[in-house]
Structure formats: structure tokens, C-alpha cells
Design a binder for this molecule. Structure first.
Ligand code: PLP
Length: 450
């Protein structure tokens, strides 16, 4: 139980003996035992407190134990805990309706999945059937999930570790002004050249072989890469020109992370398919899905869609999803995300960047930010190499250790320290977390050579 070292030891022992963990060498990990959580904080069994600047895996948008979410799940469990997907059900229909109503122009329906990877699998499958084409273009520096097509679409080394599971995936580069692939000198130039590169890729692959372009609206795990001005509209125009389906992967940024219901709404672009998961119900019960345009919906009007899942539209998950919409309205979540991002985080990160030579660049919006840490500001050499592990990752491991020692649970990926707290985080908590990061950056500064 809480505050009990014996409990802490027993949880750790059972975990080490019996639980097989994701993405890990099983002998090289020591998972943190966690007993309870509330809002943006959680505690181990000894009562040590952590402030969560990572929203778990950037899914806990409404924080731990939100009473509205807990109540919705309890009420639904008391009424109808599960029902198979070919049945019509009140919370399933209500959630689909609310998602469609908050989505792009011409959004028609929702296909529910158990999470984000499956949502991307199904979106690609729909695009392939809709267009009769096979290829999918996806970006480097992306993460789309760990099932066959989703991991192949992923644009980081985890893709190859899983083998070639979907031969139709082709990668291209997106905009990243700080580390430009296009030798650009301004964001506008970056947009123009990134779009030219994409169009060349389309032409060389053959437009009539390409079913879809899938991209994270704001790249998440791979660096909080905010699209440069006009980039997403340019991708939309290329999709229109060549009859390609545009899939926005909003698994990480959907449901408020950037201060919009869906991040694409801040960039004035209308995708054909939108995938979501995580924030739809903060992960209290696994849920994901695909928002489908009228045209793609109609492709499967008279012919059957070949696919399905036993738990598609699970009532416990959907009840929490409906409650999410109510809570967002009641608590003005989108407004507070924009306010905290622009009034508290942006100016503080500017201060940290001025003070700490290890901060090469900071970027983001809403409650979604990253600091690109470097050894040398002039050369922009990353604090640790891309894909660093073991000894090579030591400087970042030291930064993480400093954060944890200060009581902060951070989100790091290679040389980046990312900031993605629950959207309900208190302003005082946010400031305290940024103070802890300020101190941890002293550790990073110790490695700089510039
Ligand atoms: N797409 C994006 C952008 C993600 O960030 C993630 C997970 O982090 C996924 C897809 C995969 O989601 P899941 O882990 O629920 O399968």
C-alpha cells in the first residue's frame, strides 16, 4: 500500500520477475513503481512525489483521476460494461457524433480502434481501397506506432529493427529549419524547398501508385516539429493535384495538446483522414480511431470495408471520451492551454535559452515544447548523437537524473528535453517544473564545448 517500502519492493520484484516491457532489454531496466496519481502528480509506494511533465506517454491530457472521467467510467460499467461492435450503442454514437462535429469540413464518420497504431493501420487501409493505389509516403523523424504498417511508416530507426513489414512505404523529409535538409535560410524557404522535395518524390515514385501521405500535424516524439508557414497547405495542394489521400496523425497532438481540438485546425488545413487516440479519453481505457471524410466513407457505402476489431467502440472507453468533451468545455481547457503556453512557457524557455549554452533552440506551442540540446551552439552538434544509447547517451541520462532528483518526471528523446504536462496542470506546478528544468540544464551546460 501507499507509503510502504515493503509494497515498493514487492511491486518491483513482481515486475522484474513477470512483466515483459516494451522497447527494452529486459535485464537493463528498473521500472519506477507507481502507486497513485492525482492531476499532474503521481507518487511511488514510499510516498515520493513526481510532477509529470510528460503526461505519461503524452496521453494523460486531463491528468490522473479526473473525477469526471472516473465517474463516467463507473456509471457506464454499472450499466453496460461491454458490447460488440456491430451493435448500435448510445455512448459509441454520441462520441462519434461529437468527434465529427469538432472535425474538418466534410468529416462524416468515425471508425474506433484500441489505440494509435491501429488507427494508422486502418487509415492507410481505407486510403488504399479508396484510391486503388498501394504506396504510402511518410516522413523521416516521425512515429506512427508499432504494428506492421505503422512501424514501417515511422521515420526513425525503430522502423528497421522491425524488418520490412509493408513494402509500399516510402520516406521523405519534412521541414525542420534548425537542422534543415534543404540548406534553407528562412522558414519560408524551408517550406518552399520541402514542398519541392515532396513533389519530386511523388513524381519519381509515380503519382498513380501513391494512396496516401501520412504525417503528424506537429511531429511529437521526434522533436515537436511545428510545420513552417504554408507547409501543410502545400501538402494539401499536392494531395489534391495528384489524387492522394491526406492522413493527419493526431494521435499525440489531438484533443487539446496544441490549444485546438485538433492541431491541424491551427494551420488552416482540411485532411481527408485524421487518426487519434491518447487524449480522446486520456488513456483511462484504451481508445483510438479514424475520422473519415464523406468521400472515403462513401467508398464503403455499397461495398464492405474489410476490417474490424472485437473492441471497436468499447463503451467504457467511449463513455470516457464523451466525458472528455464535457470537461474540455466546462474547464475551458483549450483556452488555458493557449494561455499557459504563450504566457508562462514561451517566455520562460526564452529565458532558459539565453541563460544556458546547452539550449540550441526551443520550439513549440500550447502545452507541447522541446529544447534541442547541443554541445556547441555554433555547430549545433547535438548534446548526444542521434539514436544514442549506453555511454553515448550519458549527458542526457545525467539531465534526466537531475530532473528526477528534483521531483520531475521528464520526457526526453535523444538530445531533446520535451515538455508535455497534463493540460490541467496548475500554473504553480508548471512554474515549479520549469524551475527544476532550469537546474537540470546546469548539468547539460557542464558538457558543452562551445
Ligand atoms: N502516432 C503518434 C503520433 C504517436 O505519438 C503514437 C504513440 O506515441 C502512435 C501513433 C501510436 O499510438 P499507440 O501507442 O496508441 O499505438
Amino acid at each position: 500500500s501507499f507509503g510502504d517500502s515493503d509494497a515498493q519492493r514487492e511491486v518491483r520484484a513482481n515486475d522484474r520477475q513477470y512483466v515483459f516491457h516494451s522497447w527494452s532489454a529486459q535485464n537493463k531496466i528498473d521500472p519506477l513503481p507507481i502507486a497513485k496519481g492525482e492531476g499532474a502528480r503521481f507518487w511511488d509506494y514510499d510516498g515520493n512525489e513526481f510532477l509529470d511533465f510528460s503526461s505519461q506517454l503524452v496521453n494523460l491530457n486531463l491528468g490522473h483521476q479526473h473525477p469526471g472521467l472516473v465517474r463516467a467510467i463507473q456509471e457506464q460499467a454499472g450499466r453496460l460494461a461491454t458490447i460488440q461492435p456491430s451493435i448500435a450503442n448510445d455512448v459509441r454514437g454520441e462520441l462519434a457524433k461529437r468527434i465529427v462535429e469538432h472535425s474538418f469540413d466534410g468529416a462524416r464518420s468515425v471508425f474506433f480502434t484500441n489505440g494509435g497504431a491501429e488507427a494508422n493501420e486502418y487509415a492507410v487501409r481505407m486510403a488504399r481501397h479508396h484510391t486503388g493505389r498501394q504506396k504510402v509516403l511518410a516522413r523521416y523523424r516521425s512515429y506512427h506506432g508499432s504494428t506492421a504498417t505503422a512501424i514501417t511508416a515511422t521515420g526513425d530507426p525503430r522502423r528497421w529493427a522491425n524488418g520490412v513489414l509493408d513494402a509500399g512505404v516510402v520516406h521523405f523529409f519534412g521541414p525542420y529549419p534548425y537542422r534543415s535538409e534543404f540548406f534553407s535560410e528562412s522558414p519560408e524557404q524551408e517550406t518552399e524547398r520541402a514542398l519541392a522535395h515532396l513533389e519530386h518524390t511523388i513524381q519519381l515514385e509515380g503519382p498513380d501508385t501513391i494512396a496516401a501521405i501520412i504525417l503528424e500535424t506537429v511531429t511529437g516524439t521526434n522533436g515537436v516539429l511545428v510545420p513552417t508557414p504554408g507547409y501543410l497547405a502545400g501538402v494539401r495542394a499536392l494531395c489534391d493535384r495528384y489524387g492522394i489521400v491526406m492522413i493527419a496523425d493526431e494521435v499525440m497532438v489531438g484533443f487539446g495538446r496544441t490549444g485546438e481540438w485538433f492541431a491541424y485546425q491551427g494551420f488552416d488545413v482540411q485532411p481527408d483522414l485524421v487518426t487519434f487516440a491518447k487524449g480522446v479519453n486520456s488513456g483511462y481505457v484504451p481508445l483510438g480511431g479514424v475520422v473519415i471524410s464523406e468521400a472515403i466513407h462513401n467508398t464503403f457505402g455499397d461495398r464492405a470495408f474489410p476490417g474490424g476489431l472485437t473492441y471497436s467502440g468499447h463503451p467504457l472507453a467511449c463513455a470516457a471520451g464523451v466525458a472528455t468533451f464535457d470537461i474540455f468545455e466546462e474547464e475551458g481547457i483549450l483556452e488555458r492551454v493557449r494561455d499557459l503556453g504563450s504566457r508562462v512557457i514561451a517566455p520562460r524557455l526564452a529565458e532558459l535559452a539565453a541563460k544556458h549554452p546547452s539550449v540550441g533552440e526551443f520550439r513549440g506551442l500550447g502545452l507541447f515544447w522541446a529544447m534541442d540540446l547541443v554541445l556547441d551552439r555554433e555547430t549545433r552538434e547535438p548534446l548526444v548523437p542521434y539514436n544514442a544509447a549506453g555511454e553515448a547517451a550519458a549527458p542526457m541520462n545525467a539531465v534526466v537524473a537531475a530532473c528526477k532528483a528534483g521531483g520531475l518526471f521528464p520526457f526526453v528523446h535523444f538530445n531533446r528535453l520535451q515538455i508535455a504536462p497534463p493540460l490541467v496542470i496548475g500554473e504553480d506546478e508548471l512554474v515549479r517544473g520549469l524551475d527544476i528544468i532550469d537546474a537540470a540544464l546546469d548539468v547539460a551546460d557542464g558538457y558543452t564545448t562551445g
